[in-house]
Design a protein around this ligand. Structure first.
Ligand code: ADP
Length: 397
């Protein structure tokens, strides 16, 4: 854009210069003719060249004027011509106005031949310095370039702001699109999973029934194997059941609760599932931190987080700290296990993401959905030193 402005300024000024020069040329020709007539008349009357110029020009300061003989030797000149004397007037000129370069700058020059009544021949030199005009044009050009630079700066700032606005808008729509796709993906997985779960459940129930009936017929020594088979069927039923639960929409039924009771319910459920781990969980929550939430769902979400922490940290304690923070409720679960790599942080809450051999990768996914359904957020952090930290933020009551 700057180049465009500069080029346009260059062409504009070239045009301005050309037009001004042609104006000066016309003006100089007319002045030369008028002056020539006057000079011829005075010379006719017998006045000397000096007297003629003195009389006609007096203290003329605009034009360079000189009176020359037929051989172009200077006979008389005005005060402005003084500093211009060393310049040859004849050099390279054969009539008509032209521009001569001189120490006084570029000078528009007109040489007019004169003849007196008694046959004497003279030449009248008239010059006009272009310096003032050129300085003016240069000034104007500088101003235009400066204005162009300013316009360029303003334009750049404007387009940068526009670009930022546009990028912000695009990022938002990309986010919205990603969210929409995730929901769509989830709907597809849900439909597929509930279909598969349904297909598995019926034959699985029949299988459980057959094994039950078989138990009454098989000899005592085969009972052990049969019990193993029944246990496997129960495991499959549990897995299918968990999958069915994951794909169900989370619809919390809110009731007034305290954070303390929710976390104690999670700890109690954990103790039922992993009895050895319960003494390692240290819950530090002041009483009276109120929220309005679905007790079972929220207890389930914290149970999933706690179970991971307990599994990851061997014999070390797991800290659960809760507090009110403005109108929000904050819970931090921290363990001293090996933690997770930075590149995994964004993936922990994805469905079916797991690094465990027997993991299913739905615990944290379900926890996130429950917390978000309550208007909250959950994030995983890598605290200084070792371990993992899960920070849950929920609206308070
Ligand atoms: P699962 O326990 O079946 O793997 P989750 O959704 O509960 O599924 O967890 C997903 C993954 O997140 C785990 O496999 C593990 O890699 C990582 N993770 C969760 N909690 C922790 C933790 N406290 N410390 C380290 N990694 C964890």
């Amino acid at each position: 854009m700057f180049v465009f402005f500069s080029l346009s300024a260059f062409f504009q000024h070239r045009d301005l210069k050309r037009r001004t020069e042609s104006l000066v040329r016309g003006q100089l020709g007319a002045t030369a003719r008028t002056l020539g007539t006057a000079v011829s008349r005075f010379l006719d009357e017998g006045a000397s060249p000096e007297t003629v110029l003195d009389t006609i020009l007096a203290d003329e300061e605009v034009y360079f004027v000189a009176l020359l003989d037929a051989d172009r030797d200077i006979l008389a000149w005005n005060s402005r011509f003084e500093g211009y004397l060393p310049i040859s007037l004849t050099e390279g000129r054969d009539g008509g106005p032209g521009i001569i370069d001189s120490p006084a700058g570029r000078i528009f020059s007109e040489l007019t031949p004169l003849a007196t009544g008694d046959g004497r021949r003279f030449n009248l030199y008239l010059g006009y310095a272009l310096t003032g005009m050129e300085a003016m044009i240069a000034r104007s050009r500088r101003t235009t370039v400066l204005l162009s630079a300013l316009a360029l700066l303003a334009g750049t700032a404007f387009f940068r702001a526009l670009y930022r606005l546009q990028s912000g808008f695009m990022a938002k729509s990309r986010e919205a699109e990603a969210e929409r796709r995730e929901k769509e993906h989830f709907r597809e997985i849900s439909a597929f999973t509930s279909g598969v779960a349904h297909e598995i459940k019926n034959p699985l129930n029949s299988l459980a029934l057959i094994l039950e009936m078989l138990g009454r017929k098989v000899p005592a020594e085969a009972k052990g194997d049969l019990d193993l088979g029944k246990a496997q069927v129960r495991t499959i039923a549990r897995i299918v059941d968990r999958f069915s639960r994951v794909v169900k929409a989370v619809r919390p039924e809110a009731e007034p609760l305290t954070l303390d009771e929710v976390l104690r319910q999670s700890a109690a459920n954990l103790a039922a599932e992993v009895p050895a781990a319960s003494s390692r969980v240290v819950v530090e929550v002041p009483p009276g931190v109120r929220l309005s939430a679905d007790r079972d769902l929220l207890a389930q979400a914290f149970l999933n987080i706690l179970k991971n922490a307990v599994e990851a940290s061997g014999d070390a304690p797991v800290w659960v700290k809760g507090r009110r923070s403005g109108g929000r409720v904050e819970v931090v679960v921290r363990d001293e296990g090996p933690g997770f790599p930075a590149e995994a942080a964004g993936r922990l809450f994805e469905p079916f993401y797991t690094t465990k051999e027997k993991g299913m990768g739905i615990g944290l996914y379900l926890a996130r959905r429950i917390i978000e359904a309550h208007g909250g957020t959950i994030e995983a952090r890598r605290p200084e030193g070792a371990g993992a930290e899960f920070r849950v933020d929920l609206p308070g009551a």
